[in-house]
Design a protein around this ligand. Structure first.
Ligand code: GDD
Ligand code: MN
Length: 386
């Protein structure tokens, strides 16, 4: 339980006597704001926070993924003028959920809020949300577009509205999530509750609230407050069509209790697609009569490995995409990994066939061995975390 804050409380008596720095009021709220190319928005949002959070002891942490537009520089300027502002500049990484998690863990108030930088979230709700938590009425407060008084008018287009509604329905049905707007990016949570769940949260994707709610298995006392999702003023949305994939991955991970990760699933899908590429290339070369079977099979394998590599780089590992020289190096290492994976695949298949005389069991086991090997080793040596 959080102790009720007393905003106007005098500073505690300092045992060090005169000359010691006056202890500051204990922090009440950390606001975490993930940013990517939001240069035009951060100063405006900071001023709005100053106004709306007057009388509350707060800090704000902007988590910027090295935005090309230099958002982090704008944040540093704010921070130089006001100690309540901090900038976490992450290099070589992308991802909304991961940014929020890092920002929360880098902050210190007993209550944390997460909101977008682009002024689409209504910061004037923050004091009310904080009060609900400090009074003990809630452990999690969600800024909700889908309860009485809220609205989602700011969603860019019909496609986004459709996706948001469908995803919300799916999350409720499949994951047993009870709140009206689990897709919201605007919420406040008690730090101790968050830190308990943090080790089980996914840093991939963008649905951190859904992850928190699903991982909490309905144990978090939750209140939703309505807000009107505004239209974006500057810059553009970073959520591309890949967010649907991220969403399904999160649902899958939560359904299988984190046994199957999105990355592994994507990797396996790409592998399956590679098989089709392989067979098509082989067929093409044989029909055209330009190569012997052995040559055609080798070329087909190289084409499939190359397309698998590029697809994995674009989809499975798009948050750590390799470029330029690193791309070339990665491709070469990927060839080696896959070659060894093929040996493992054939080895396992042979030994099972030897004992069971069951061709499909042998085939499936070999393929599974191959994909698990390729996945595990390429995540160590090809797309390794920098
Ligand atoms: N650090 C970091 N890294 N920040 C990011 C990244 C990233 O890779 N991608 C996006 N952001 C920041 C943006 O700068 C913005 O402040 C916030 O995250 C939300 O991104 P938007 O690009 O504005 O997303 P949106 O408006 O399309 O989606 C919003 O609405 C959805 C509901 O429809 C977000 O609030 C979502 O969380 C929410 O689910
Ligand atoms: Mn937005």
């Amino acid at each position: 339980m959080i102790e009720s804050a007393t905003p106007a409380a005098p500073a505690a008596h300092s045992p060090a006597g005169a000359g010691a720095p006056r202890p500051q009021r204990a922090l009440q709220l950390s606001v975490i704001i993930p940013t990517f190319n939001e240069r035009g928005n951060v100063a405006v949002l900071f001023r709005r926070l100053q106004t709306t959070l007057a009388g509350i002891a707060w800090e704000v942490v902007f988590v910027d993924d090295n935005s090309p537009d230099g958002t982090w520089q704008a944040v540093r300027e704010l921070a130089a003028g006001d100690g309540r502002v901090r900038c976490l500049r992450r290099i070589g990484r992308r991802g909304l959920s991961g940014a929020c998690i890092e920002g929360i863990l880098a902050s210190s108030a007993p209550v944390v809020a997460v909101m977008d930088a682009d002024l689409q979230h209504d910061e004037t709700q923050l004091p009310r949300m904080l009060k609900l938590i400090e009074d003990g009425a809630a452990e999690l407060v969600v800024g909700s577009r889908y309860v009485e008084g809220g609205s989602a008018h700011g969603l860019a287009d019909k496609r986004r509205v459709g996706f948001s509604v469908a995803a919300t329905m799916m999350a409720k049905k499949l994951l047993g999530v009870a709140i009206a707007d689990p897709m919201s990016g605007f919420f406040m949570i008690r730090r101790d509750c968050f830190e308990d769940l943090a080790p089980s949260l996914s840093i991939q994707g963008f649905k951190i609230l859904l992850d928190i709610v699903a991982t909490g298995h309905g144990r978090l006392r939750t209140v939703e407050v309505p807000f009107k999702f505004g239209a974006r003023q500057h810059g553009e949305s970073k959520l591309d069509s890949m967010v649907a994939m991220d969403f399904f991955g999160l649902v899958l991970a939560k359904l299988t209790r984190d046994l199957v990760s999105l990355r592994f699933l994507l990797f396996a899908l790409v592998g399956g697609f590679g098989l089709i590429v392989h067979m098509l290339t082989l067929d093409l070369l044989l029909v055209a009569g330009v190569a012997s079977f052995a040559t055609a099979q080798t070329v087909a394998a190289l084409v499939a490995m190359t397309s698998n590599f590029l697809l994995n780089n674009a989809l499975t590992y798009r948050d750590q995409r390799l470029k330029a020289f690193a791309l070339l190096r990665g491709l070469l290492v990927f060839y080696i990994v896959c070659a060894v994976g093929l040996l493992a695949n054939v080895g396992v298949a042979f030994s099972i066939y030897d004992q069971e005389q069951n061709w499909w069991l042998a085939g499936v086991s070999g393929a599974l061995m191959g994909v698990v090997w390729n996945y595990a080793v390429s995540s160590l040596f090809v797309w390794r975390r920098r």
